[in-house]
Write a protein that binds this ligand. Structure first.
Ligand SMILES: *[C@@H]1O[C@H](CO)[C@@H](O)[C@H](O)[C@H]1NC(C)=O
Ligand SMILES: *[C@@H]1O[C@H](CO)[C@@H](O)[C@H](O)[C@H]1NC(C)=O
Length: 532
């Protein structure tokens, strides 16, 4: 039973990785860092080949997550090459993402064990169903976002804080200290906003007497100093700067210099009114019920509430800043769902409560299906690269320019399959044409793009450019890649609406159920051009 639930979490994450294998710009720093560590190794002589030096200008981020991911991925690649599996570079991207996904899935499975122990097996079961029926955590846990590297240690800390006998009032001192050390490590190395969760957790523990002030400070200092030494030594090396602490750099830049508001500010209640409902779907009302009926849930949710309050004070808001509390909210939701499904059997109230729980899970699954379907169509750059690589696989001389949109929506370094670097894992599968040039220099003008004897192909995002170039006769448009562009209502609904407005035709046959469902709108976004 327990293993089956674990498999369900892994399978959901893997499904999302395989259905949407490409990446977006916010994942690209860590994805390319993973690529570079795998392909070039970490010796000083290879550092100048790294993407952040070839295309400088990025805000420094830590390399630690990517190094660990690359090192965890390489045994899998070794095994694949031992059993004679041929892998392309694009496969390596998928494998690395599956490895990250597995780590985060393992964190969630561990947390589920704590829930089963503290609240009973049925609650653990409902916890799993709620988790996999949501969209954001399962979809993103295999994506190389800094927050997804931070999610694992936060989940481990959550596990330590929750895992104990049903009526034990507080975690053991060792468990509590380890949890604090993990949260400090995460805040120092990966994501500083985790400090806003750490604060309330520590304060609540002090008030409840789970720890002494001295023990708390000691754990915080030890972990803080070790984590700082780790990130500064590793990142100073990789960025070739003295005493670089990337997360502090980020805070300084975004909070003190107020740069983050340049990314846009949102109203104070955005987390409560928009992001939390989006992240948790039907689990949010269930967690409120859980908090009402069980004081243990209140103890878990109180720091989450304080965290949301604190982080709401920052002008720039994004869903991923609060993703760490979703597994904790799901604990409260599972408790609420357990209460609803365990009302007296056979009574009308009992049946209604059971049905309502099923309806919430089904609603989650429906929303997740729609979101997953639209997200799958959101990576035109990746789709264009796959199409391009396959179409010209037997061409030797290809020099292609990738537009900005292509580079930002999936054309990662891993997808440059016909161009070096190749490592030993790829020995058996270096494609026959392996010396293409992929050029992703931004904002080149038409003159540079069409200069004679230069680019042989373009992946363009501008329909006007495409028209002008093909009209000149020197270029030919060979393919177009479309992408998701919103939903429209199902044709049956539209007909009904038109009828209501008195514009439709009366007297139609039975309505096909599929015609009620919303339709996806897709639109061409990238074009592949070839010199004639
Ligand atoms: C990879 O291929 C090259 C050339 O074919 C060969 O010299 C080298 O030993 C191979 N490396 C591995 C690890 O198989
Ligand atoms: C890409 O092409 C542009 C325009 O010809 C050139 O200036 C740039 O150096 C090229 N970049 C790379 C990495 O080859």
């Amino acid at each position: 039973m327990s293993i089956a639930l674990d498999l369900l979490v892994f399978a959901t994450g893997f499904g999302h990785v395989l259905l949407a294998p490409y990446s977006k710009v916010e994942e690209s720093f860590n994805l390319h860092a993973t690529h570079d560590v795998l392909m070039y190794g970490v010796t000083p002589s290879s550092l100048h080949l790294y993407d952040h030096f070839v295309f400088p200008g990025a805000v420094p981020r830590t390399f630690l997550g990517s190094i660990l991911l690359a090192w965890a991925t390489s045994p899998v690649l070794h095994i694949a090459s031992l059993i004679g599996k041929t892998l392309s570079k694009a496969d390596i991207q998928t494998i690395a993402r599956l490895v990250l996904c597995s780590m985060n899935a393992a964190g969630l499975c561990l947390l589920r064990r704590a829930v089963s122990r503290r609240f009973g097996r049925p609650t653990g079961f409902l916890y799993t169903l709620l988790t996999i029926s949501q969209f954001h955590v399962p979809f993103w846990m295999g994506r190389t976002l800094p927050n997804m590297f931070a999610l694992l240690p936060v989940n481990l800390a959550s596990y330590l804080l929750v895992n104990r006998a049903p009526n034990a009032p507080k975690p053991s001192p060792t468990q509590f200290r380890t949890a604090i050390m993990l949260l400090v490590f995460t805040a120092v190395v990966f994501r500083a906003e985790v400090a806003l969760l750490l604060g309330p957790i520590a304060l609540l523990a002090l008030i409840q007497g789970s720890t002494s002030f001295l023990a708390l400070i000691k754990a915080g200092l030890v972990s803080g100093i070790l984590s700082l030494a780790l990130t500064v030594s590793v990142d100073s090396y990789f960025w070739d700067r003295a005493f670089l602490w990337p997360e502090f750099n980020g805070i300084y830049f975004n909070v003190f210099e107020g740069k983050s508001s340049e990314w846009g500010t949102s109203p104070p209640l955005t987390y409560v009114t928009a992001f939390l409902p989006k992240l948790t779907l039907g689990a949010l009302p269930l967690s409120i019920l859980g908090a009402i009926i069980d004081s243990r849930v209140r103890q878990i949710m109180l720091p989450c509430l304080a965290f949301v309050g604190l982080i709401s004070c920052l002008g720039h808001k994004e869903w991923r800043f609060i993703v760490y509390i979703v597994p904790l909210i799901n604990i409260g939701a599972a408790r609420g769902a357990r209460w609803m499904t365990s009302r007296k059997k056979g009574t009308i109230f009992g049946r209604l409560m059971f049905l309502a729980t099923m309806a919430i899970l089904a609603g989650n699954a429906l929303v997740t299906t729609l979101l997953a379907k639209s997200s799958m169509g959101n990576y035109p750059g990746g789709a264009a690269m796959a199409l391009f690589n396959a179409k010209y696989a037997d061409h030797d001389h290809v020099h292609v320019h990738l537009s900005n949109l292509a580079a930002q929506s999936g054309a990662s370094l891993f997808l440059q399959v016909h161009s070096p670097p190749y490592t030993t894992w790829l020995n058996s599968s270096i494609p026959s044409s392996s010396h293409w040039i992929y050029n992703k220099t931004e904002s080149l003008g038409p003159a540079e793009l069409t200069a004679p004897h230069h680019f042989t192909h373009l992946i363009s995002e501008s329909e006007t450019d495409v028209r002008a170039l093909t009209a000149s006769g020197e270029w030919r448009s060979v393919d177009a890649v479309d992408a998701f562009n919103g939903w429209t209502m199902g044709p049956a609904i539209r007909t009904q609406l038109d009828k209501l407005r008195g514009r439709g035709k009366a007297g139609e046959g039975p309505v096909d159920i599929w015609d009620v469902l919303p339709r996806m709108r897709r639109e061409n976004q990238l074009w592949v051009l070839e010199r004639t």
